[in-house]
Ligand binder design. Structure first.
Ligand code: ATP
Length: 346
């Protein structure tokens, strides 16, 4: 069992709180992503799980063990870093074997382990090469192999793909997902990139300012965000959000929204329809198209309404050719938020 639990975990640096009473459960064998804006505390959380950073308060459990006071080497976790941290003078074989330092494993067995892991990550032909003779993706695989050779209960990964170009990154994402399926080990993956979080995570923990805002599967985060923050963090382009106060002069609907305690409404760019005449059945805004960005299969619209700019997204053909349009959103596609940005269920 390698379920991981953080119980009321806090962290202060020089008296300043960066993590505040974090309570998280990470399911055994899951691919869990920690995501959130820069500085929200993702890396600190991961380092506390690894034991590289001591929590100021609270407990960390791995399986049935309270590991709060246990040294990193004894936690049975392996961490893969952003900068790979490979030794330039060592060969690929030696770099991988380095993961076994301090373990009393006979030489022959070590060699077998290194071969086994090299085979899994496709590094067998490169075992004698030095890191500088490898591509970025291959170096990343060496870093992974070095973590894997320990056969840990948990893999901790801190933005491991951020030094790779976009194409290789996508390929490595798929490789990591496959690797996770094959190993069945718990993976905790830190990223600030919502696309990476949504495409890789079975479970996504979205953090902001040292707290968990929402933990859910990717589709639930997208469809059922619990707050304005989540709704705008997840999705590309982000959800359009407008204040009811601004809307009052331009939409008759805003009066009924106000009566329900709604302070903001939101709608996803992909849910809008562009019409030549005002809508008779949905929420409607009078807009002007200020830009169309054609990205192959989809078109992103920049629209100017009386109360600020809106983004729209459509697949296939352009919705209209006119410049002046009406933006229609079905009422069932609207999201409602209170004055603090919390979601109000419709
Ligand atoms: P990023 O995506 O930019 O890597 P993050 O979400 O991983 O950010 P952390 O690196 O965990 O964020 O940092 C959280 C906060 O703690 C930041 O405000 C950071 O400045 C602070 N912090 C992190 N490490 C230390 C440290 N060793 N000493 C003092 N403050 C620190």
């Amino acid at each position: 069992m390698a379920q991981i639990q953080l119980k009321n975990v806090s962290k202060n640096f020089d008296g300043e709180s960066v993590i505040e009473r974090l309570n998280i459960t990470i399911k055994d064998g899951s691919f869990t992503v920690l995501v959130g804006p820069s500085g929200c505390g993702k890396t600190t959380t991961l380092r506390m799980i690894a034991g590289l950073e001591e929590q100021s308060e609270g407990e960390i459990w791995i399986g049935d063990h309270n590991v709060s006071d246990i040294s990193p080497g004894k936690r049975d976790v392996a961490m893969v870093f952003q900068n790979y941290a490979l030794y330039p003078t060592m060969s690929v074989r030696e770099n991988i074997e380095f993961g076994l330092t301090n373990r009393k494993i006979p030489k022959v067995e070590r060699k077998e382990l290194v071969y086994e892991i090299a085979e899994i990550v496709g590094l067998t032909p490169y075992l004698s090469k030095k890191p500088q003779q490898l591509s970025g993706g291959q170096r990343q695989r060496v870093a992974l192999a070095r973590a894997m050779v320990k056969k840990p209960k948990v893999f901790l990964m801190d933005e491991p793909l951020s030094n790779l170009d976009a194409k290789l990154r996508q390929q490595m994402r798929m490789e990591l997902i496959q690797l996770h399926k094959r190993l069945g080990t718990t993976f905790i993956y830190v990223t600030h990139d919502q696309v990476e979080a949504m495409s890789m995570g079975e479970d996504v923990i979205l953090m902001n300012k040292g707290k968990v805002v929402q933990q859910a599967g990717p589709m639930e985060l997208y469809n059922e965000p619990n707050s304005m923050f989540v709704s705008q963090f997840v999705g590309m382009p982000p959800m359009n959000v407008m204040s009811i106060e601004d809307l009052v002069t331009y939409s008759e609907d805003s009066w009924s929204f106000q009566q329900q305690g709604v302070s903001y409404i939101g709608f996803r760019p992909e849910k809008i329809k562009l019409l030549k005449a005002p809508s008779t059945s949905g929420f409607c805004l009078n807009c002007e198209i200020i830009n169309r960005e054609t990205l192959g299969a989809e078109i992103i619209y920049q629209l100017k309404s009386q109360i600020g700019n809106i983004q729209g997204k459509s697949y296939l053909t352009p919705m209209v050719n006119e410049k002046k349009v009406y933006v229609e959103v079905e009422y069932s596609d609207l999201y409602y938020f209170d004055k603090d940005g919390n979601r109000i269920s419709s």
